[in-house]
Design a protein around this ligand. Structure first.
Ligand SMILES: [Zn+2]
Length: 428
């Protein structure tokens, strides 16, 4: 690869008047520790020396005029004072010449906006919207000149603004991938917006009352976890709303006990962003049908997908109170335990679920079933099984849609009266 900066820069300036930034940017990956305007100015200086040096052998005046048209002061003075010609500086072909002059104004606007919006953040990123015609002209120049060292104007503007901002936001961190806030700059229309990214909090919830649900509010549901969190916690974080993403869910009439079910709460547009340690107090729920674990982590949004995909891999422990049609013997109880040791269960979508397409097949494991006789026809079952198993149907058989089932195995009707989730194992 032959690096001929002089030829390429001359080629560019003969066709396009380019400001220091836009010329320098064509060679952005050459050199180190300088900005593109400095790079562009240096190239223009060298070009003038080069053209001046060859002035005896050939007529280099037209090229020096091009240099002057691009705003190169020494070339303008050279032409004026040595040759008596006056050259009008042309607008930069790519950026129009005033884009980079706006940076100081933009930085001030950003700082005002941050104060005005009163947002807490530790990390930030700057993104600038550049009009399409500027991007197209840039592409045209780089393609015609044939440079493999160019960078995009978007990247340069973001970096230049970022560098100036850093001076004022000393206690904040510039972060490209998952910043707390994204500062969006519309440089042509002089507009600045602060995009507050969600705060994702990982915890577990316990549901200590029946008749409440995770998200949906239906006629028979008093309240939901999502509503309780919105009502209690959003104001503490000055968030617009909260959305809950849990690892699976239990029926409305089923409690969620033990350590609780893993959950990520997405707080949307939070203006407070506390440390993990103080979140514990903030998410504390008092006198509600739900409790949130004090084991709190701040996570990123990828954890939500992991949580959902892991739901069926979690091992769950249920407790069911089951009413039988007739009394069973101790031997029958023992053989039920025996039968459901590591037993594969095939289930078709239960009749009670209407929203799913009918007859979807699902295969899940029952690892263990402990049978405790409470009364003649009353059993307590402790069922250790794979996530996603329909436990009520495991007991009833759902008219043959779940096989095998407790009803089948005992040869009589078995009805679940109460159901609790005692634990969700294998947490994030
Ligand atoms: Zn320019």
């Amino acid at each position: 690869m032959e690096v001929n900066i002089i030829d390429k820069a001359l080629k560019a300036l003969r066709i396009y008047p380019l400001c220091d930034h836009c010329l320098g940017r064509i060679f952005a990956r050459l050199g180190y520790g300088m900005e593109n305007d400095e790079r562009g100015r240096s190239i223009k200086n060298v070009l003038l020396l080069y053209l001046h040096g060859r002035a005896k052998q050939e007529n280099t005046l037209p090229d020096i005029e091009k240099l002057a048209e691009s705003g190169h002061e020494p070339s303008i003075r050279y032409l004026e004072e040595i040759h008596g010609t006056k050259v009008d500086v042309k607008r930069c072909y790519i950026c129009g010449g005033d884009l980079f002059n706006k940076v100081d104004v933009i930085v001030k606007m950003i700082l005002d906006k941050i104060r005005e919006e009163d947002v807490e953040f530790r990390t930030y990123h700057v993104g600038t919207t550049i009009p399409r015609d500027i991007l197209m002209r840039e592409l045209e120049v780089v393609t015609n000149v044939g440079s493999e060292w160019a960078e995009s104007i978007k990247r340069e503007i973001n970096r230049v603004i970022g560098k100036k901002l850093r001076v004022y936001l000393r206690d904040k961190v510039f972060e490209r991938f998952s910043p707390d806030v994204e500062i969006v700059v519309d440089i042509v229309n002089n507009d600045v917006r602060i995009d507050i990214k969600p705060l994702y909090v990982y915890t577990r919830y316990r549901k200590i009352l029946r008749g409440v649900s995770q998200v949906q509010l239906r006629l028979n549901v008093i309240t939901s976890l999502q509503k309780v969190i919105n009502d209690n916690i959003c104001s503490r974080l000055r968030a617009r709303e909260a959305i809950v993403h849990a690892s699976g869910r239990e029926d409305t009439d089923v409690r969620m006990l033990g350590r609780g079910r893993p959950l990520v709460i997405a707080f949307i547009e939070p203006r407070r962003r506390p440390e993990e340690s103080s979140l514990r107090e903030i998410i504390d729920l008092q006198d509600e049908p739900f409790e949130l674990s004090s084991d709190v982590k701040i996570v990123n949004r990828r954890v939500i997908e992991r949580l959902k995909s892991e739901a069926s891999r979690h091992v769950k422990i249920y407790r069911a109170l089951v009413l039988l049609a007739r009394e069973i013997s101790d031997e029958e109880a023992r053989s039920l335990e025996e039968y459901f040791r590591n037993r594969q269960v095939i289930q078709y979508t239960p009749r009670r679920i209407r929203r799913k397409p009918p007859k979807k097949r699902r295969v899940r494991m029952v690892y263990e079933m402990r049978v405790i006789k409470i009364h003649d026809r009353l059993l307590e079952l402790i069922i250790k099984c794979q996530g996603g198993l329909y436990v009520k149907e495991l007991i009833t058989g759902d008219e043959g849609r779940t096989t095998p089932s407790v009803s089948d195995t005992l040869g009589q009707d078995a009805v679940p009266l109460l159901l609790d989730v005692l634990d969700v194992l294998d947490s994030y």
